[in-house]
Design a protein around this ligand. Structure first.
Ligand SMILES: NC(=O)c1ccc[n+]([C@@H]2O[C@H](COP(=O)([O-])OP(=O)(O)OC[C@H]3O[C@@H](n4cnc5c(N)ncnc54)[C@H](OP(=O)(O)O)[C@@H]3O)[C@@H](O)[C@H]2O)c1
Length: 248
């Protein structure tokens, strides 16, 4: 990965609000472009409240982030080949998982649903010409989606096997969009290159926490990634964590 400050392309200048002069020379999407073509590149995103929540106790997450962070999420979607969510997010949000807030190409949509609980309707199944994949240990898939059948190992489809299966289908740049259980499993498996944490100035005070990684006994075992910070309009902030490089 190249450390040199890179010129910010015009369509990414929105990230660099007047209050973000220090971040202006950085280009948050440079790692997406410079990633080696012969290997997968995996980014995960979390839209978090100030108190580290991704949703209320009842599972509501829409409205945590404002326009600037949502624009950023759509910009990430436009940079990847596939967007991946867990069955819990499909049930809670019925997300479209496409690119609407900016101009850009829709990525393939991938749902991890080991037991086939998401059903045969849902906005992710819209017929808009993109590839639809259901990753499952069961044999069923909704009409229009390709089944990626992978076995459970200790109750989990190994994240590495999922990334490999997507890569074999030509899906190299992959966004793990949520929710907490899905992202946590991919981070625990060492499968995530970059983590974009989109913090919004809201305190929920209860509800679902953003990550639930394998427990550690000591703080020196905690992840301390090299992190760049990008203030956005509306008081939101993107923390761009490089999970392949520890902070100096
Ligand atoms: N703020 C944000 O950025 C954001 C983004 C997305 C979602 N959300 C919120 O997050 C909540 C949902 O998160 P969640 O953690 O409950 O659910 P989730 O991560 O969306 O889905 C978890 C489920 O997906 C399946 N799954 C995912 N990875 C798997 C793997 N490697 N192997 C086997 N199964 C796998 C499992 O289904 P089974 O249970 O069937 O085994 C698992 O329980 C919702 O409230 C949603 O609104 C927030």
């Amino acid at each position: 990965m190249n450390d040199a400050p890179l010129k910010t392309p015009p369509d990414e200048r929105k990230l660099n609000s007047p209050s973000a002069e220090a971040a202006a020379p950085l280009d948050i999407f440079a790692p997406f472009r410079s990633a080696a073509p012969e290997a997968p590149f995996v980014v995960a995103q979390l839209g978090l409240s100030l108190d580290g929540r991704i949703a209320t106790q009842t599972g509501e997450s829409r409205g945590i982030n404002g326009d600037a962070a949502l624009d950023h999420l759509h910009r990430i979607r436009a940079q990847v080949d596939a967007v991946v969510v867990g069955a819990g997010t499909i049930e809670a949000d019925d997300p479209q998982l496409n690119v609407r807030r900016i101009k850009g190409k829709n990525p393939a949509r991938v749902v991890i649903d080991p037991t086939g609980r998401v059903g045969s309707s849902g906005k992710w199944l819209a017929r808009d010409g993109v590839k639809l994949l259901l990753v499952s240990a069961a044999g069923w898939t909704p009409h229009g989606a390709e089944l990626v059948r992978l076995p459970l190992v200790d109750g989990l489809i190994p994240p590495r096997a999922i990334i490999e299966a997507l890569f074999q289908r030509g899906l190299r740049r992959i966004l793990i969009e949520g929710g907490a259980r899905t992202i946590s499993a991919f981070i625990d498996a060492g499968c995530v290159d970059r983590l974009h944490i989109l913090v919004a100035p809201v305190i929920i005070g209860s509800g679902k926490t953003g990550l639930d990684l394998a427990p550690i006994a000591r703080l020196d075992q905690a992840l301390r990634p090299k992190t760049d910070v990008y203030p956005l309009d509306g008081g939101e902030v993107v923390f761009d964590c490089d999970l392949r490089r520890p902070a100096a």
